[in-house]
Ligand binder design. Structure first.
Ligand code: ADQ
Length: 458
C-alpha cells in the first residue's frame, strides 16, 4: 500500500459509513460523489474520523479511495466535535440563531484535534502535493500544516456561511481562527458575501493589506473566492426518470390521500433550517381556513442529527409539540395535515418524495448553500413543482426563479406558499426550466473543478 499521496482531502469525517462490524459503504452526498473521481484519477487519499470514538484503525482502501483514519477519543468528540464545532462555531456562523457557547475547554480540544489532523496530513503528503481541507471543524489546519510543510499547495473550503465581522468578533479566539485559515493558498466560500466578510475581517482585525480578492500575509498572497457547491444534476435527473421512482411517487401521493397539494420539507433536524417557522405558516393557513386539510398536506422529513448537543434535543421537542398541536386541531381519524418523519431515507425514496411534492419548502434562517433545493430542481424533469426558498440560503443567489421568502416573516411565507400552490402550470414550467438550466450547468463537478483549478494556479 502507498505511504504518500500527491492529492489529499482532509475532512472531519471519512467518506464512508460502517455497515455491520467489518464492512464499509460509501456515504451518500455530493461531496463524496464530486471528489471520488478526482481521488481515483490522482491516486489521492482522504483523511478523516471514522465516526466511532476511541477507534484506532490502520489506513485502508475502499471503492478506489485510500482512506486514512484520524482517531478521536470520546472526550474529544464531546469537546471538539459537539462542543467547539457544533455548539460554538455552528451557531456563531449561522447569525447566532442560537447562543454560541464560549468555552476554553472546547477551544483547547479543538486546537489539539486540528494539530493531529495537520500532522497526519503532513506525514502522508508527497513533496508539492495538493491538500484540500474541508469545513469549519478544521480551520486551524491550514496554518499548522503550512508550518510543517511549506512545500504543499493548501486549499480550504468552508461549507457553512462566513458571518459578518460584527458577529465573528464575539469569538474569544477570533484572531487564531483567521490566522489558521490564512495558512491556505486559496480560501473558498459558498457565497461572494462570505468571501467579502472574510476580506474585511482580515483588514480590520489583523490590519492586513488586501487587493481585490487577495490578501498579503507573511510575504505570500492568499486568494479568497466564492465557489457555490452543487449536486450531481445528471444522477438525480436520471433517478427521477426511473419508472420505479415514478411509481413510488404515485404511491406516496395515494398514501397521503391524493390531496390537491403536497408540500414537502427535507432537512437535518437543525435549528438553522427554519422548520418551526414553516410549520407555523402552514398551521396558520389551516387555522384561517385559507386551505383545508383535504386540499393540502405537509410532509416534513427531519433527519436526526447531533443528538448529543442540548439545543438539538430541545428543538426536537418544540417541533414535535407543534406538529402534535396542528394535527390535533385539524386532523381527522386516519388523516393528518402534517406527516412528520424523524428518519433518514435512501436516494431513491428521496427522489420519489421530490417527485411526489408539488411544493418544496426550504426556509432556513441561514444556510451555507442548501443542497435539498438543488436536488429537488434536478428531479423535476417534468417541469412541474414549485420551490419556496429562503433568501438566507446560499442557493438563493443562483435560484432566482424560486418563490423567495424571508423565513422570519410568517405572513410573507404564507403568501409565498399560497402563490406556489396556486401558480399555473405555465408559470411553474417557466420557473422550473430556468432553475434546472442553472443547476445543470453549475453542477458539483464544476464546483470541484473550479476550486481545484484555482488552487493549482497558485
Ligand atoms: P447540510 O446542513 O447538511 O449541509 P444540505 O445542503 O441541505 O444541508 O444537505 C443535506 C443533505 O442531506 C442533502 O444531500 C439531503 O439529500 C440529505 N438529507 C437530508 N435529509 C435527509 C433524509 N431524511 N434522508 C436522507 N437524506 C437526507 C452543509 C451546509 C449546507 C451546504 C452543504 C454542502 O449546512 O448549507 O449546502 O453542507 O456544502
Amino acid at each position: 500500500m502507498r505511504s504518500t499521496s500527491s492529492f489529499l482531502v482532509v475532512a472531519n469525517r471519512l467518506p464512508v459509513d460502517r455497515v455491520g462490524d467489518r464492512e464499509w459503504r460509501r456515504s451518500p452526498g455530493g461531496l463524496v460523489t464530486a471528489i471520488a473521481p478526482v481521488m481515483q484519477r490522482r491516486d489521492g487519499a482522504w483523511l478523516g474520523w471514522t465516526g466511532a470514538a476511541g477507534e484506532e484503525l490502520k489506513p485502508f482502501d475502499h471503492d478506489g479511495m485510500h482512506l486514512i483514519p484520524v482517531p478521536l477519543s470520546a472526550r474529544e468528540v464531546e469537546l471538539y466535535y459537539e462542543g467547539f464545532s457544533n455548539a460554538t462555531l455552528w451557531p456563531l456562523y449561522h447569525d447566532v440563531v442560537a447562543p454560541p457557547v464560549y468555552s476554553r475547554v472546547f477551544w483547547d480540544a479543538y486546537r489539539a484535534v486540528n494539530e493531529r489532523f495537520a500532522r497526519a496530513a503532513a506525514d502522508v503528503a508527497d513533496p508539492g502535493a495538493v491538500v484540500w481541507i474541508q469545513d469549519y471543524h478544521l480551520q486551524l489546519v491550514p496554518m499548522i500544516l503550512r508550518r510543517l510543510r511549506p512545500d504543499l499547495k493548501i486549499g480550504f473550503f468552508l461549507h457553512i456561511p462566513f458571518p459578518p465581522i460584527e458577529l465573528f468578533c464575539q469569538l474569544p479566539w477570533r484572531s487564531e481562527i483567521v490566522e489558521g485559515l490564512l495558512g491556505a493558498d486559496l480560501v473558498g466560500f459558498q457565497r461572494p458575501g462570505g468571501a467579502s466578510n472574510f476580506l474585511r475581517l482580515c483588514r480590520r482585525l489583523l490590519g492586513l493589506h488586501t487587493h481585490r480578492n487577495e490578501i498579503y500575509v507573511d510575504g505570500r498572497t492568499v486568494r479568497v473566492d466564492a465557489f457555490p457547491i452543487s449536486v450531481d444534476f445528471a444522477e438525480f435527473d436520471q433517478l427521477a426518470r426511473d419508472p420505479r421512482v415514478q411509481d413510488r411517487a404515485k404511491e406516496i401521493r395515494a398514501e397521503l390521500g391524493d390531496p390537491e397539494h403536497v408540500l414537502l420539507g427535507v432537512d437535518r433536524l437543525d435549528y438553522t433550517k427554519g422548520i418551526g417557522q414553516r410549520l407555523k405558516a402552514f398551521g396558520e393557513l389551516l387555522d384561517e381556513g385559507v386551505i383545508t386539510p383535504d386540499e393540502a398536506v405537509f410532509v416534513q422529513v427531519a433527519t436526526p442529527t447531533r443528538e448529543g448537543v442540548p439545543a438539538y434535543a430541545r428543538l426536537r421537542n418544540e417541533i414535535e409539540l407543534r406538529v402534535g398541536r396542528i394535527n390535533g386541531e385539524h386532523g381527522m381519524l386516519g388523516r393528518q395535515p402534517i406527516s412528520y418523519l424523524h428518519q433518514s431515507y435512501d436516494r431513491e425514496e428521496l427522489a420519489a418524495l421530490y417527485c411526489a411534492a408539488d411544493v418544496l419548502v426550504v426556509t432556513p434562517l441561514r444556510d451555507g448553500m442548501n443542497l435539498v433545493a438543488k436536488e429537488y430542481v434536478s428531479c423535476r424533469f417534468d417541469l412541474r413543482g414549485a420551490l419556496v426558498l429562503s433568501e438566507f440560503a446560499g442557493a438563493a443567489d443562483e435560484l432566482r426563479q424560486a418563490f423567495l421568502v424571508n423565513p422570519y416573516d410568517i405572513e410573507g411565507m404564507k403568501r409565498a406558499m399560497l402563490a406556489a400552490m396556486r401558480a399555473t402550470p405555465h408559470e411553474l414550467a417557466r420557473r422550473m426550466r430556468s432553475l434546472r438550466r442553472r443547476v445543470a450547468t453549475h453542477n458539483v463537478d464544476k464546483w470541484a473543478n473550479d476550486f481545484l483549478s484555482a488552487l493549482e494556479e497558485r
